[in-house]
Write a protein that binds this ligand. Structure first.
Ligand code: HEC
Length: 203
């Protein structure tokens, strides 16, 4: 067999291999497994909180943040805060940007910064930035304060939001204490180290 013949055979093998690989790539694109948003089989008693748990599952709102705060990671929260830095500073005495400086925000009055011009919606909201309110606001700003001029979709991941709030807390000089998780009997059953959303209640 001369070398020309050999080249032809080698080329044929190569083309065959490329075709197989190519077909694989294409079929991977054609068939994409879709993950279900919810379990098909609803297991009774899996919801940790009977009433609110079900409501949350239907509405897909934020989970209670206090149990997550206990194990939140401030360092990771600082990373999550990078989503905010285009509009907010957080160092003491930092300037207002598109949004107000957020130093000492935990426990502060809503619309806390005297030097910032808030929306009507935010000034008339009232109350303080409790952990709860921050949780709901940061999950979906426009649902909690309709008409807010903070155009930010929200942090949907519960652990990320907990880490973020832990970071806001660290950047607050005299933060209010984190509400005692043991006060909420349902929450105390949830292992803190794992995401409670996924872990079924121990029965
Ligand atoms: C696109 C710009 C933008 C981004 C991104 C943004 N914010 Fe805001 N934020 C604003 C504006 C504007 C306001 C003032 C809202 C108003 O007056 O309605 C605000 C207000 C707030 C308030 C209320 C402050 C007060 O004094 O009452 C908090 C808390 C807050 N933002 C936290 C965050 C956090 C945490 C993030 C990141 C996860 C974030 N924001 C991302 C623009 C932004």
């Amino acid at each position: 067999m001369d070398s020309f013949e050999f080249n032809k055979i080698a080329a044929a093998i190569l083309i065959a291999l490329l075709t197989i690989k190519g077909a694989e790539l294409i079929s991977d694109h054609l068939v994409q497994p879709k993950m279900l948003k919810e379990n098909v089989y609803k297991i009774e008693g899996v919801s940790t909180t009977a009433a609110t748990g079900e409501a949350a599952a239907e509405k897909k709102g934020p989970v209670p943040i206090e149990p997550l705060l206990a194990s939140a990671n401030v360092q990771k929260g600082a990373d999550v805060f990078k989503k905010c830095t285009s509009c907010h500073t957080i160092d003491a005495g930092g300037p207002n940007r598109v949004g107000p400086n957020l130093h000492n925000i935990v426990g502060a009055q809503k619309a806390h910064h005297p030097g910032y011009s808030y929306s009507q919606a935010m000034t008339s909201k009232g109350g303080t930035w409790s952990y709860d309110d921050l949780n709901i606001y940061l999950y979906s700003p426009r649902d909690f304060v309709p008409g807010t001029k903070m155009s930010f979709a929200g942090v949907k991941n519960d652990q990320e939001r907990a880490d973020l709030i832990a970071y806001l807390r660290q950047q607050t000089d005299n933060p209010p204490p984190i509400p005692d998780v043991k006060a909420a009997p349902d929450a105390s059953q949830t292992p803190l180290s794992t995401a409670p959303e996924q872990s079924p209640a121990k029965k």
